[in-house]
Design a protein around this ligand. Structure first.
Ligand SMILES: NC(=O)c1ccc[n+]([C@@H]2O[C@H](COP(=O)([O-])OP(=O)(O)OC[C@H]3O[C@@H](n4cnc5c(N)ncnc54)[C@H](O)[C@@H]3O)[C@@H](O)[C@H]2O)c1
Length: 277
């Protein structure tokens, strides 16, 4: 397999492409895009010119995200996808080709957190978390890579977590799934680079971000939502405030567009300084 054309190739690619928006002409799939980080990412990628296939299990909310994007004059379609379904992945990728003409960007964002320690995690919960958070991105990358390659190359962004960098007593399966996702990302990144595919693969490791996922955890706290949020900020976020979905979406945009042409197999930590401590 021929290698990519190296520095000269990259320079000429940059010279010939000076788009008004950072993703003009690109086609993206975002998973778990009905709310939270996935919805914010879909909106931002579309605003920057990408045609976005918004996917999620939640049909009503996912359709609403795609509709809102279209109302802004950008391109988006919704398709239901359970990321653990290989047949579902094949359908979604076929739809991207059929409706938009190819694929350049895959954002593996869908994820679930089931808080439990090593003694209380049931086997069923373990399997569910690993299936959605780790096997889902594996299936997505496996089926997307040949299509991204034949579309001229692109970028895969896997949403891991700051819990992919440390251990956590109360998030056993989640922590394992996100560490696994970082390993999977590096393996795929090296494979694509060494095959000469123009496909970069990176993770983003967000800290606490105010989304429905975090809200569910805050509401379970005995002292109530506000006290719980203050506790998290005091304990985990040196910058003094929680992240918003757009904070992560901007990281995805950077890794998805050609400005990050030299970044592959790495982690972008966006956590208000938590892991700097
Ligand atoms: N919010 C945070 O504080 C935080 C921190 C670190 C990492 N993350 C990661 O960011 C990603 C997005 O998190 P969020 O906070 O926006 O979560 P969220 O719960 O608000 O949204 C997740 C979306 O994924 C969808 N989903 C769940 N299972 C699915 C499946 N099997 N197939 C397809 N879609 C599915 C849900 O329907 C939902 O729309 C996750 O991978 C999460 O682990 C979030």
């Amino acid at each position: 397999m021929p290698r990519a054309s190296g520095r000269a190739g990259r320079a000429s690619r940059r010279r010939t492409s000076s788009p008004a928006r950072r993703l003009d002409g690109k086609i993206a799939i975002v998973t778990g895009a009905a709310q939270g980080i996935g919805a914010a990412t879909s909106r931002l990628l579309a605003r920057e010119g990408a045609a976005v296939l918004v996917t999620d299990l939640n049909v009503a909310k996912g359709r609403a995200v795609a509709q809102a994007i279209r109302k802004e004059g950008a391109r988006a379609l919704f398709q239901k996808l359970d990321v653990v379904s290989e047949a579902g992945w094949k359908r979604v990728i076929a739809r991207a080709i059929e409706r938009f003409g190819g694929l350049h960007i895959l954002v593996n964002n869908a994820g679930v957190a089931i808080p439990n320690n090593i003694e209380t995690t049931s086997r069923a919960d373990w399997r569910r978390v690993i299936a959605i958070n780790l096997e889902g991105p594996f299936l997505g990358m496996k089926h997307a890579i040949p299509v991204i390659r034949s579309s001229g190359g692109g970028s895969i962004v896997n949403i891991a977590s700051s819990l992919a960098l440390v251990g956590a007593t109360g998030s056993t399966a989640y922590c394992a799934s996100k560490w696994g996702l970082r390993g999977l990302t590096r393996s795929a990144a090296l494979y694509c680079a060494k095959q000469g595919y123009r496909i970069r693969v990176n993770t983003i490791c967000p800290g606490a971000v105010e989304t429905p996922l975090l809200e569910r955890q805050l509401k379970r706290h005995p002292k109530g939502r506000e006290a719980a949020l203050k506790e998290i900020i005091a304990a985990e976020i040196p910058i003094g405030y929680a992240g918003q979905p757009d904070d992560i979406a901007h990281g995805v945009l950077y890794l998805a567009c050609d400005e990050s042409d030299f970044a592959t197999g790495t982690d972008l930590v966006i956590d208000g300084g938590h892991r700097a401590e």
